[in-house]
Design a protein around this ligand. Structure first.
Ligand code: UDX
Length: 416
């Protein structure tokens, strides 16, 4: 497409503006004449009004045409993109990210785009959002496809990061059958694609495969303690099948798979409606609302900042290590402690309260990251204090946008 400079666009805008104004002046002038002439004739008022209405219709349809023309011209103004590395033909890869418009996916998109690769995002926008990747839309290295991976996909790629699935408990519990389909049929479709085009594939699994663990911290060799018919089963069993499928395809069809078991992750671009503990507590504190702990608050979690996870995912894809690898931050906190950390960081006058506990809520969770350290030379770099501050800043801005369009308080989501 021909590129037009912003200066030329401004000139064209001015031209359109002058044309419309000129048109209106001429119309006014001629309609006065018409009225004057009219006074001296037998034209009745009805004809007179009809003539005016027609002229107005003509003007408004011409204005619409000009608006469309102007929008087309605007679309041709080259967009400013973040600076990316330039890779030669051999180094540059075509990389598919399923769920690439989601929270984690979009940060991975940024990383791979900055590295100079071609990135194709596939998302059904169930929990992903266009605005997470909008800064790349139109870039020659970037493509966004609205597609649900429950349906097969036919494209040519070198690598696939398979991240598509709702990850927050209230979201994956909302439509459990769909969550199972995404993690089973969706994974089959992705592994089938990897097989056809000989792509290396990384499957995003989860710490939830360990269920409510009776081994602590959790090494990858632990087989887990999962309730197969509980409310979380659609996700944790779905991900377990996803892992099983990966190794079955690797064995039977000789494809290269990588499996990341992702522990609790937080950071900017989490949805305000995410419903997980980090976004809920921050949003509650920012709005001087009560901070809602589910159950006793003695359950523990270990939180990793999203860019640390992205480092781990990219290192895992690049590695030769094919068994599952935990990616998480081993610094562990009770949810009670975490509520106090957020309250101290954000301030806010809301009390910390306890609500009913969530069914099958894992009581302890902390990754053993010896494998990641040994095989990927990876460990988290961003402290909780730094990561949380960035996340609080992000949600503060999001709330401002929300309050701009609504005067209501934002109420974070809860599991059903
Ligand atoms: O408002 C809240 C939200 C959550 N919680 C509690 O905080 C803890 C963490 O809950 P979250 O919803 O953030 O996340 P969970 O650890 O239950 O699940 C997560 O685990 C790992 C990831 O792979 C998944 O994305 C997600 O399923 C739980 O004990 C939960 O009950 C609260 O006390 N209050």
């Amino acid at each position: 497409m021909t590129q037009i400079s912003p200066r030329k666009i401004r000139q064209l805008g001015l031209f359109v503006f002058l044309s419309v104004t000129g048109f209106l002046v001429i119309y006014k002038f001629s309609s006065n004449e018409f009225t004057n002439y009219d006074e001296g004739t037998d034209l009745d008022a009805e004809q007179h009004e009809a003539a005016h209405a027609k002229a107005l219709d003509d003007i408004s349809s011409r204005l619409k045409d000009l608006e469309i023309e102007f929008a087309n011209l605007e679309a041709r103004v080259p967009k400013k993109y973040p600076q990316i590395k330039s890779l030669n033909y051999l180094e540059r890869k075509r990389i598919l990210i399923t769920g690439g418009a989601g929270f984690v996916g979009s940060h991975l998109v940024d990383r791979l785009m900055f590295q100079g690769h071609e990135v194709i995002v596939v998302d059904n926008f169930f929990t992903g959002r266009k605005r997470n990747v909008e800064h790349w839309i139109g870039h020659k290295n970037f493509e966004l496809i609205h597609h649900d991976i429950v349906n097969p996909l036919f494209i040519e790629v070198d690598q696939i990061y398979h991240l598509a699935s709702p990850a927050s408990p209230p979201h994956y519990m909302l439509n459990p059958v769909k969550t199972i389909k995404t993690n089973t049929i969706g994974t089959i479709n992705i592994l089938g694609l990897a097989r056809r085009v000989h792509a290396k594939v990384l499957i995003a699994s989860t710490s939830e495969v360990y269920g409510d663990p009776d081994i602590h911290p959790q090494p990858e060799t632990y087989w887990g303690h999962v309730n197969p018919i509980g409310p979380r089963a659609c996700y944790d069993e779905g991900k377990r099948v996803s892992e099983t499928l990966s190794y079955a395809y690797a064995k039977e069809h000789n494809i290269e798979v990588r499996v990341a078991r992702i522990f609790n992750t937080y950071g900017p671009r989490m949805h305000m409606n995410d419903g997980r503990v980090v976004s809920n507590f921050i949003l509650q504190a920012l709005q001087n609302d009560v901070i809602t702990i589910y159950g006793s608050g003695k359950q523990t979690r270990s939180f990793q900042y999203v860019t640390d996870l992205v480092d781990g995912l990219v290192a895992l894809m690049a590695s030769n290590y094919s068994l599952p690898i935990n990616l998480g931050n081993p610094v562990e906190h009770t949810i009670n402690e975490f509520a106090t950390i957020i309250k101290d960081l954000v301030g806010g006058s809301g009390k910390i309260i306890h609500l009913a506990e969530v069914e099958d809520d894992p009581q302890r969770r902390r990754p053993d990251i010896s494998r990641a350290k040994k095989y990927l030379n990876w460990e988290p770099q961003v402290s909780l204090a730094v990561g949380l501050q960035r996340t609080v800043d992000y949600f503060r801005k999001e709330l401002k946008k929300f309050n701009y369009s609504s005067n209501n308080k934002f109420i974070p989501e809860r599991p059903a």
